[in-house]
Design a protein around this ligand. Sequence first.
Ligand code: FNR
Length: 334
Amino acid sequence: MISYENKIILAPMVRIGTLPMRLLALRYGADLVYTEELIDWKFLRSKRRFNEILNTVDYVDQTDGTIVFRTCMEEKEKVVLQLGTADATRALKVAKLVENDVAAIDINMGCPKEFSIKGGMGVALLSQPEKAHSILSTLVNNLTIPVTCKIRIFDTPEETLRVVNILVSSGIKAIAIHGRTRDERPQHAVHPDIIKYVAEKISIPVIANGGSKEIEKYDDILKFKDMAGCTSVMIARAAEWNCSIFRQEGLLPMDTVIKEYLKIAVDYDNSPSNTKYCVQNILRDLQETPRGRQFLECQTMEQICAIWDLQEYCQKQQSYHQKMGIQGRWQVTP
Ligand code: FNR
């Protein structure tokens, strides 16, 4: 059973938190890694398969064959699956499917995007704390793995604490708090003081989140954690930009991080579009350089890898995967 004390964590990020980035974060020193938010009803369209060639467990969408969630032994004890849900029964169905493949389940109660709010998910749940409580307690009472949630703060420390206390009474093992309100955007200042107020008053670990704007090196992670008075901390954007932020020994150059990321993406047959998106978010402004423009035109893994001198590595792995018949040898497990 995982503990949430004294942990440095990769935050959930849509499209960024797929298997290659999670493994890279773990290899650089992250203690736990969250998946991107996976929407319950979409997940329920998928079937679990063991992929013998990659040694991965794949949840494959039965309608279009895309991989909804891919995981492997290396992360089994450290991966937290984040669900987007507005419905306790559906959430439990997904959680039961993945219970033996992941270390914990987290419910997203912080996403302010229209898609989430319209569906009663994400931050919408914070305006219905009783419903949020019922989703969490349904999971807590029926799962053998820990359950957590990730929320945003309210305008005042007192209101934040009031809602947190309702959520905590469901039996969750920890709570991640993003120190911004539902109307604040990433460029707004974070409020570690409100996280601290809550962390001092509740009995379960609080995971502080929202500090990336001021996080440029490993020590800044610890500074933010201390400011928020928390035992654990969760990093999103600073890791999206340079995942080696998790290295106690210090940041690595961007090109090294991209190379290491690409190797894992090739090893695990990650889709070219997802790989490109993640590399784009490491390159950021550098997409305007000649090499960046060349990168933007890439459509295959091989083309992307060629820019970082990994063409041969990519060819070798891809032909091995093909020889083994990566598509044909999946076994459906019960
Ligand atoms: C996010 N965030 C987010 N949060 C969440 O609970 N589930 C998710 O799927 C996502 N997706 C996502 C994608 C991207 C690209 C970003 C940048 C952010 C929010 C994220 O986890 C975090 O709460 C905020 O980014 C604040 O933390 P940082 O960036 O200051 O460390």
